[in-house]
Design a protein around this ligand. Structure first.
Ligand code: GAL
Length: 656
């Protein structure tokens, strides 16, 4: 169990050196412990090829260290400088239309470019040898937000060449690849790996099996790129944690696998930015505009806790309005505090605000910070003071208790359903989030997990929406578990080679619950498959499957036109479509009853997280709410029986 700390992202290179000591003093005063620096500073670290200027960085690290702050040093590889791009113009990624992703912002590199990777080895080695053993450096961050701005997939020559090698390793012979991809369709057969192009610029859609392998390859390239940096840092900077800051809603590479090389995962949490950018319900956006969606952050916290195998941070936390969403409202007073507690409640070791001081120049001028552009404190600075003072009074550490409920999230399924959505609005991430939300509305604490047997062992309820192709070990675990298992639409819908299973979906998954899917349909917005049920208002939308139940399975809910909508067999259930909110709530209620888990019905905007001795209660609405029903006979450590908009309560649960 680690005591929670606050952090901040700092850019000393943006401010006069005379100011650094004042900044460091103010950070201490606000209760900040960790300071991340350096991740975009390549042009200042190496202004000309091979000419290093590390003196300023050393002085910045010294200044922070002397004030007792712990430094997280970023590698600057997300921002290769102009001279480097000019030297090797083909190092930039190409988009699907073959256009270069030009210089002048960031992340303008291709993960497959061999010479760029060597340049990264060089700058990382220089930094790690110079600063690796500095007593002020306690951790490293590799690069910055792999995949942000849609930068995982590149259609460059370097990517094509590396893809051919990757395919050869995977399939060994070209006939195996042709068979696996079904290339006989439309005469797409190849005679040699050297004939294979990338799946872009085709007349109509490229073969989905080709595309899925390209997505797998692209994910592997990110993992390899990161691993090179990790290996160098480990060699020259022993004993320091290595992290990467993942970005919310970025799913283009496998974060579980990349995190295997890290000591802890971290992610960048922008609750209001995400709601404005990613939400699709206008009323919902208005309702949560100043505190953020009640489940979006929590979902990512749970995901990155899984990635980091229990160790994770929020590397960047929204401090005020951001600059990059379609609209950028200010948080309700207290929202920044709520976000910190949400993360700590989920086990975060550090919550680090982005950024220290608002930059009056370049791209992020309207992005607030802990300080105003003039260097005086802004609202989030006060938040840090408040939270650090509160944390000093009680220990909210939650450790790593295993939740009774596991919700499976799988990156490959996300790529598969992006490649073949079949209905324009089928989004795997949104499907998983819908299940997550329904579970949270019932007051549950959830672990988000990868689709592995270990991850779902010893649970009471296991939920897997849309898992493309469960592997054998996972199926065996699910077939034998005592837990309640709920699978959602498209589970087992394809093989690893992106084919419909020879014995029809759900393929091997029918060992868990027995049925065939003989037809699927996707539905335009507004279309509803109405259900026969004691209550009105339940329906399937977007996606529907027509099932033929096996002997032991029975439909507990049927559609009005006579097809199973919720199929069950003992402690197994399958939802044959995309459930509307009421149907999902009803399904969750059924599963909780089967699993013997208590179900709460939380008021709008209230969320709970139970961990060890503590219950955390959050109010995501702007108005105050009474929460005494959820306190029981526990002792209130923070907050009260009524909490204001964006309020937080922490309760010590008796007998725990
Ligand atoms: C993050 C990024 C930061 C900054 C921030 C603004 O995605 O890592 O460098 O741009 O967004 O909100």
């Amino acid at each position: 169990m680690t005591k929670q700390s606050l952090g901040v992202c700092y850019y000393p290179e943006h401010w006069p050196e005379e100011r650094w000591e004042t900044d460091a003093g103010m950070m201490r005063e606000a209760g900040i412990t960790f300071v991340r620096i350096g991740e975009f500073a390549w042009s200042r670290l190496e202004p000309n090829p091979g000419e290093y200027d590390f003196g300023w960085l050393e002085r910045a690290i010294d200044t922070l260290h002397e004030k007792g702050l712990k430094v997280v040093l970023g590698t600057p590889t997300a921002t290769p400088p102009k001279w480097l791009v000019d030297r090797m113009p083909d190092m930039v990624a190409l988009d699907a239309d073959g256009r270069p992703r030009g210089f002048g912002s960031r992340r303008h590199y291709c993960f497959s470019h061999v010479a760029y990777a060597l340049e990264c080895d060089r700058i990382v080695t220089e930094l790690a040898t110079r600063f690796g053993k500095h007593p002020g450096i306690t951790a490293w961050q590799t690069d910055n937000e792999y995949g942000c701005h849609d930068t995982v997939v590149s259609y460059s020559t370097a990517a094509r060449d590396a893809f051919r090698i990757w395919l050869k390793e995977k399939y060994q012979t070209i006939s195996r690849l042709n068979d696996a991809w079904g290339n006989v369709f439309w005469s797409m057969e190849y005679r040699d790996f050297s004939e294979i192009e990338l799946p872009n610029l085709t007349v109509t859609e490229a073969n989905p099996a080709h595309r899925l392998d390209f997505r797998r390859f692209s994910s592997d390239q990110v993992i390899r790129f990161n691993r090179r940096q990790v290996e160098i840092i480990r060699e020259f900077s022993p004993g320091r944690d290595i992290l990467h800051n993942f970005m919310g809603s970025v799913t283009d590479f496998d974060h579980y696998r990349l995190s295997q090389d890290l000591d802890a995962a971290s992610w960048d949490s922008y609750p209001l930015g995400f709601l404005e950018r990613d939400g699709d319900d206008e009323a919902h956006k208005l309702k949560y505009m100043r505190v953020g969606d009640p489940d979006m952050q929590a979902f990512h916290h749970d995901l990155y806790r899984a990635c980091g195998r229990g160790r994770w941070w929020v590397m960047e936390q929204q401090p005020g309005p951001v600059n990059w969403a379609p609209w950028n409202p200010a948080p309700l007073a207290g929202a920044q505090r709520l976000w910190a507690y949400e993360a700590f409640a989920a086990g975060a070791e550090v919550v680090s605000y982005f950024r220290w001081r608002q930059a009056p120049f370049a791209q992020e001028q309207y992005h607030e910070a802990l300080l105003l552009p003039d260097g005086s404190p802004n609202a989030a600075y006060e938040t840090c003071r408040t939270v650090s003072a509160e944390l000093a009074k009680f220990d909210a550490s939650v450790g790593n208790a295993r939740a009774d409920v596991a919700l499976v999230f799988d990156y490959e399924s996300d790529w598969a359903w992006q490649i073949q959505p079949q209905g324009a609005d089928f989004s795997y991430l949104k499907l998983v989030l819908a299940f997550y939300r329904a579970l949270r509305k019932a007051g549950l604490t959830i672990d988000v997990v990868p689709p592995t047997a270990d991850a779902v062992r010893d649970r009471k309820l296991i939920i897997l929406p849309g898992l493309m192709c469960p592997n054998r070990k996972f199926i065996d675990e699910l077939a034998n578990t005592q837990a309640m298992v709920l699978a959602g639409p498209r589970t087992g819908a394809k093989t690893q080679d992106f084919r419909i299973p020879a014995d029809l979906p759900p393929g091997g998954f029918r060992e868990v619950i027995d049925f065939d899917v003989w037809r699927v349909e996707s539905l335009r917005p507004g279309a509803q498959v109405r259900l026969k049920y004691r209550e009105a208002g339940l329906f399937l939308e977007r996606w529907r499957e027509f099932l033929r139940p096996g002997e032991d399975a029975t439909a507990i809910i049927e559609s009005e036109d006579g097809h199973p909508a919720l199929l069950a067999s003992d402690k197994r259930a399958y939802l044959a479509g995309w459930p509307n909110e009421d149907l999902l709530d009803e399904t969750v209620a059924y599963c909780l009853a089967q699993a013997g888990i208590e179900r709460l019905v939380l008021p709008d905007g209230i969320r709970i997280r139970d961990h060890g001795p503590h219950r955390f209660i959050f109010n995501h609405l702007e108005d105050e709410q009474g929460i005494s029903a959820f306190i029981g006979d526990g002792e209130i450590l923070l907050g009260g029986e009524t909490i204001p908009g964006a309020g937080v309560a922490v309760v010590e649960r008796r007998g725990r």
